[in-house]
Every structure is written in structure tokens, then in C-alpha cells.
Design a protein around this ligand. Structure first.
Ligand code: GSH
Length: 261
């Protein structure tokens, strides 16, 4: 596991400061200030193949965009074996469904990507103070982000061939096209889903990043989503996530058939 940044959490300020300091002892005298208590919490581990831009991307985007990267630890590339290998069968940190992503926060363990996003939203209070309309918009957007991932996963392994399945999914009326058209229609005059940037907006920005890598021309048909992705992408923490996940998982075309000669 590798922390994206070091962190120190203040129990009363709620701010996240970058620091190498493990523990700071502060003695306050006088005044009405609450007792100062600095502590370093354990990071929340997101178990997923390190460096891979895939199903964990919305999770990383939500944490990063809302200033919580310091609390999240990504798996170091090369440390999790690939499915199908004998080593994979022995991996302990996977969901009850035997899959990744998987979150561990001390004794708390969460499988399934959408619940992991929702866990972080609750843990960090990212919907706190939002109107119910903005929470509804955020939740819908979150579902749309994972609809893209599910549709791309189906096409990636289509029995009839990936190239054809990806063509169909990206064409008007196809699964990826229809999902982005629905999301595009939900963008509010603010440019976000709802009146402000929400966790769901960050999740969709992750989907837009991956969809652009997959087929930039197809993604360009949804200018409001592209603009939302660009707005989220200006964040330094998001740039760090993009840099930390250089290997796209989804491919637009079938792998070349290996010659048996
Ligand atoms: N519904 C699950 C799907 C998770 C999933 O498909 N994970 C894949 C990698 S993206 C996996 O772990 N595959 C290995 C396996 O199924 O053995 C979620 O949302 O987390």
C-alpha cells in the first residue's frame, strides 16, 4: 500500500495537512479553546490492482476531489496477483464475491464499488449540508459512472469479439452511448449534477477520463460531460490520481490473434 500523500488529521479542525509528523503534542493554556488533540489515523486501504485505471477510479476521484487523498491508500503496482493465477486464490483482501475493489478501514471491510464510494461519502461527510435535490443528483450520477464501467466490462469480454461489441456500445443507441446521453441530459445549468460539485460528479469525471482514453471521438459527443471532466481534472489531487493510474484497463479493439505457427 502506498499513501498518495502523508497526512495529519486534526480532531477539531477537520482539515488535512501534508506532513511527515506522526504525532504532535500540543499543550494549550488559557482561553476557551477545546483540548487540542492531534492524531494520525490509519489510512483507509483501497485494494485494487495498483496503477490500473478501472473500477476503482471513481473511488479515487471522490476521495481526491474532496480533499481526502491523504486518508486513502492505493495498492502498490505489482503487489496483487491477477485473477486466474494460483496466487489470486490465496488473496485475503477481496470481497465476499471474491472480487476487487475492496475497502478495509481498520476492522471495517466493504466489498462492491458503489458501496465503497458511499462508505467514503458517509465517512468523510461529503454530502453534509447538501440539499436533498443535490444528494439525489449525486447518487444518480454515481450510478451513471458505474453504468459506464459495467457496459465497458461487458463489451471488453463479449464472446462475439471486443471490436464489434465496443462499436455497438459506442454507436447511437448502444449501452455506453445511451448511458452518457442520459447523464448529459441530467447536467444542471451549474454545469454539475445539481447545484454544485458532488461526489457523483467526481465519479462521472472518472468515467469521462476512462471513456476518453477508450474512444475520445465518441466521448466528444457529450460536451457537458467533457466540460465537467475538465473542471474536475484541474484539481491537483485528481492529477495525482491520473498520474498514479497510468494503465488503462478497457480496450477499444480485440487483442491481435496470436499465430500458432
Ligand atoms: N460488482 C462488483 C464487480 C467487481 C468486479 O467485476 N471486479 C473484477 C475486477 S474489475 C474482479 O475482481 N475480477 C476478478 C474475479 O472476478 O475473479 C463491483 O462493483 O465491485
Amino acid at each position: 500500500m502506498a499513501l498518495v500523500q502523508n497526512y495529519i488529521d486534526t480532531s477539531f479542525g477537520g482539515g488535512y495537512l501534508n506532513s511527515n509528523i506522526d504525532k504532535v503534542d500540543v499543550t494549550l493554556t488559557g482561553g476557551d479553546l477545546p483540548e487540542a488533540r492531534f492524531f494520525k489515523e490509519q489510512p483507509i486501504d483501497i485494494h485494487y490492482w495498483g496503477g490500473v485505471k478501472s473500477r476503482a477510479q471513481p473511488i479515487f476521484y471522490i476521495a481526491a476531489y474532496f480533499g481526502c487523498s491523504d486518508r486513502i491508500s492505493m495498492s502498490t503496482p505489482g503487489t496483487i496477483p491477477y485473477p486466474g493465477t494460483p496466487e489470486w486464490a490465496k488473496v485475503k483482501n477481496k470481497s465476499a464475491w471474491g472480487q476487487l475493489p475492496f475497502l478495509t478501514d481498520g476492522d471495517i471491510k466493504v466489498g462492491q464499488s458503489t458501496p465503497i464510494c458511499r462508505y467514503l461519502v458517509a465517512k468523510f461527510g461529503l454530502h453534509d449540508g447538501f440539499s436533498m435535490a443535490d444528494i439525489a443528483a449525486s447518487e444518480q450520477a454515481l450510478a451513471g459512472a458505474f453504468n459506464f464501467i459495467d457496459a465497458a466490462s461487458v463489451a471488453q469480454y463479449a464472446p462475439g469479439g471486443r471490436t464489434e461489441a465496443m462499436d455497438t456500445a459506442h454507436a447511437e443507441g448502444g449501452s455506453i452511448y445511451k448511458n452518457f446521453a442520459a447523464l448529459e441530459s441530467l447536467i444542471a445549468p451549474s454545469g454539475w449534477f445539481g447545484s454544485r460539485a458532488t461526489p457523483g460528479c467526481a465519479a462521472v469525471a472518472a468515467a469521462v477520463e476512462m471513456a476518453t482514453v477508450l474512444d475520445a471521438e465518441a466521448m466528444a459527443k457529450f460536451p457537458k460531460l467533457v466540460a465537467l471532466g475538465a473542471a474536475v481534472g484541474t484539481s491537483t489531487a485528481i492529477k495525482a490520481v491520473v498520474a498514479a493510474t497510468p494503465y488503462p484497463y478497457y480496450k477499444r479493439k480485440s487483442d491481435p490473434v496470436e499465430s500458432s505457427a
